[in-house]
Design a protein around this ligand. Structure first.
Ligand code: FES
Ligand SMILES: [Fe+2]
Length: 401
């Protein structure tokens, strides 16, 4: 009997096979299959208002980078090691000429061009201008700095999303970098896919969130709901009924890691029925994840209360309370730094996750074949969404006699 057969026969952990994860799907460094998919899209790397007069170190897709903002407001993103002799530009000084290295004063524009080399003016002026600090293009929108870290000739326009473009009168967009969809815990010490695929994990809602969401939302997807894979996204949804109320609930999980789900706390219903939030999951590296969220809400609304666990915000819980009232953070980081796909047993309600992984595998294949994945170069940069939670009267409700 092989160890595999012995394990099947006994279930003893002694025979548990060596665990493994799907490297193609989870690793994000340059040159890895999923890493190259990410490098065909714009990804948010920071909240705009965090980039002031001093340089800021950020990490995205396994790369350390320096963000800086010139006094005129223009933002640059460069490789941290100065091309002269390698000190970090984190210690640099920013002026209208760009970022000036603290060590010998070489200065770099937002597109990396070297504009100054103190002490060598006139020595080789022409060659000085050809030197470049490695850089990536950035653009600001919705309160975030987005970076494109892929091949320059495959750079698409930065997409616009309907729910963030046509916002109701008197409403505003609030940018958040605290990983709200994971309870507001800030960074998550786990692989990006563990968090991202949770957006299609309807099965966990009535269990993990049974006492955390309003009852009609906590009941959502108890029946499994529906899932569909389209060109650039996987959609999920369900219709839930509680007494006289009915809720039509839809999520859109759009390439690469855009999550459009209704606010699970049903805080502010938009008059147009669209979702009130859109999130981007950024892998800082293979085992460190952050979620940026653009929230649309009435201008005069009190700041939304974060999800509560036993009446407390996630960050105020003790260890024991984390155990007694676990939420998305505990569940997703509890899968480990990178979950072992070899040990999973997917069942019917995991269909959305299966479809999402299939979409990523197809994107990997497309790039290997020399193509562009959906929603990237050559796609329509205006993205329509259908996600939201519509409340209505339950037509099947019969008033008890
Ligand atoms: S190391 Fe940056 S200017 Fe010398
Ligand atoms: Fe959740």
């Amino acid at each position: 009997m092989s160890d595999k057969e012995k394990f099947a026969a006994t279930g003893s952990a002694y025979y548990l096979p060596e665990p493994a994860y799907d490297e193609d799907l989870v690793l994000v460094d340059k040159g890895t299959p999923a890493g190259e998919v990410f490098r065909r899209y714009w990804m948010p790397v920071a909240k705009s208002d965090k980039i002031k007069d001093l340089p800021v170190q950020v990490k995205a897709l396994g790369e350390d980078l320096i963000l800086f903002r010139k006094p005129s407001g223009e933002v640059g993103l460069v490789y941290p090691r100065c091309i002269h002799r390698g000190t970090s530009l984190l210690w640099g000084r920013v002026s209208e000429k760009g970022i000036r290295c603290c060590y010998h004063g070489w200065t770099f524009e937002t597109d990396g061009r070297c504009t100054e080399r103190p002490g060598e003016e006139g020595v080789d002026g022409a060659s000085r201008m050809t030197l470049r600090q490695p850089w990536y293009p950035v653009e600001e929108r919705y309160g975030f700095v987005f970076a494109y870290m892929g091949p320059p000739d495959r750079k698409p326009p930065l997409p616009r999303y309907d729910l963030l473009e046509n916002i109701p009168g008197g409403w505003e967009i609030v940018a958040d970098d605290t990983s709200i969809p994971a309870g507001g815990a800030g960074r998550m010490p786990c692989n990006w896919l563990q968090h991202h695929e949770n957006g299609l994990d309807g099965a966990h809602v009535p269990i993990l969130h049974e006492h955390q969401f309003p009852p009609i939302m906590a009941q959502a997807t108890r029946s499994g709901g529906f899932f569909e894979k389209l060109d650039d996204r996987v959609n999920g949804g369900d219709t839930t009924r509680i007494g006289p109320m009915m809720m039509d609930f839809k999520v859109n999980i759009i390439m690469p890691t855009v999550r459009v789900i209704p606010d699970p706390l049903l805080t502010n219903a938009r008059p147009d029925g669209k979702s009130d939030q859109l999130s981007w999951t950024l892998p800082k590296d293979n085992t460190d994840t952050i979620v940026f969220t653009a929230i649309v809400r009435p201008k005069d609304a009190a700041p939304g209360a974060p999800e509560r666990y036993n009446g407390k915000a996630w960050k105020d819980l003790t260890f024991e309370e984390h155990q007694r009232y676990p939420g998305d953070f505990e569940a997703q980081t509890g899968q480990g730094l990178i979950t072992f796909h070899s040990e999973e047993h997917l069942f019917a309600q995991d269909k959305g996750i299966v479809l999402l992984r299939r979409q990523w595998r197809e994107a990997i294949k497309t790039i290997r074949a020399g193509g562009d994945p959906p929603g990237a170069f050559g796609s329509n940069p205006y993205v329509e969404t259908t996600a939201g939670a519509k409340m209505m009267a339950n037509p099947d409700f019969v008033v008890p006699a």
